[in-house]
Design a protein around this ligand. Structure first.
Ligand code: SF4
Length: 337
């Protein structure tokens, strides 16, 4: 693995979470990087560290504060978990992030990958962080013929055996970087430091690895979104606890057909809210991806002639809407108002 170490030290990309080492910094960056590209995470990470430079400061935050900082990054349970972890570490571990796998795995939302990454990069232990990138590199390196998800423990052992005893974290991070930049979906094998040892490359079958189970298909959703105003206030709803959009704000909406028939859908929305809507203007359509859904939003500006309280909803002054954490699709709609 000396080739990977050398290659990584010469080619590593610079990211804010790679400047200086602390287990807290690794914890925050690794949770942010789950399901999200590094280039997207940079600004969020910098803002987060400015607001919560220590785990103690994070532990004193409110849920709305962390959700607001996370706004647009998606998978909001990650932000709520980070807050819970911070509270637990301050109360149970005197503010010090634990350095054993068993203790880390007991923390909310911390799985094998994140725990392995914290041990490797936060504590420089010989530890495996098996993410999608490493799975791809190692599956190709050894031509791993089994389902890489089902047999992840076997892959973890292979990676562990590849790590040197001296500064194992450098090779571990090098394998992640290699998967992110060279051994990508379409691998650039000519540039790869492992090409002499790579079985899949030598056999010309690199892209057949890793072997993964079929993904669940994306479900398309079509929604009429009502930006309903009375004077300078708009009607919004906060997602309920335990639901997919928990804590996030959205405008009222109803599911509709792909080919929206405005009059029908408007009527349904009126029935849902028990109010009469006056159409002011259509807004620009927006798309929004979350978990395994793709929502097509058809937003319209409506007005009501009198204000009434509606169970589960609240009226918010237009200039305060921006201070609330919105789901990313409805955030796009909000910018049009
Ligand atoms: S030689 Fe190609 S397939 Fe093998 S690890 Fe390198 S980039 Fe991946």
């Amino acid at each position: 693995m000396e080739q990977v170490r050398k290659w990584f030290l010469e080619n590593r990309r610079s990211f804010p979470w790679r400047e200086g080492v602390s287990a807290y910094l690794v914890l925050v960056s690794e949770v942010m990087l789950q399901q999200t590209r590094a280039s997207v995470v940079i600004d969020y990470f910098n803002r987060w560290m400015k607001r919560f430079p220590t785990i103690e400061m994070l532990s004193q935050a409110t849920e709305s504060e962390v959700i607001k900082l996370w706004e647009g990054l998606g998978y909001y349970s990650r932000a709520r978990n980070l807050l819970e972890i911070a509270k637990e570490i301050v109360s149970q571990y005197d503010g010090r992030i634990p350095d054993t796998l068993a203790e880390l795995l007991r923390l909310k939302g911390i799985g094998d990958y994140t725990a392995g990454a914290i041990l490797a990069f936060g504590f420089h232990k010989k530890s495996v962080a098996l993410d999608g990138n490493v799975t791809r590199v190692v599956s190709r390196l050894v031509a791993f013929e089994k389902d890489a998800k089902k047999h992840a423990n076997e892959l973890r052992q292979i990676v562990y055996d590849l790590l040197p005893d001296r500064e194992p974290h450098i090779v571990m991070e090098g394998l992640i970087e290699l998967g992110a930049t060279i051994c990508a979906k379409n691998p650039l094998c000519n540039l790869c430091p492992l090409k002499e040892n790579c079985i899949a490359y030598k056999k010309g079958i690199a892209t057949t690895f890793p072997i993964l189970p079929q993904r669940k298909p994306i479900t398309e959703l079509f929604r009429l979104v009502g930006c309903i105003s009375f004077q300078n206030e708009y009607l919004v709803k906060q997602g309920e606890k335990g639901k997919i959009m928990a804590s996030l704000f959205e405008f009222p909406y109803i599911d509709c057909e792909k080919d929206l028939i405005l009059s029908c859908s408007q009527k349904k929305l009126e029935q849902l809210l028990e109010i009469q809507l006056k159409l002011i203007a259509p807004l620009q359509r927006e798309k929004h991806h979350f978990t395994r859904y793709r929502a097509h939003l058809f937003p319209f500006h409506f007005e009501v002639s009198s204000k009434r309280e509606i169970l589960g909803y609240r009226w918010v002054k237009k200039n305060l809407l921006n201070t609330l954490p919105f789901s990313s699709g409805h955030k796009k709609v909000l910018t049009q108002l």
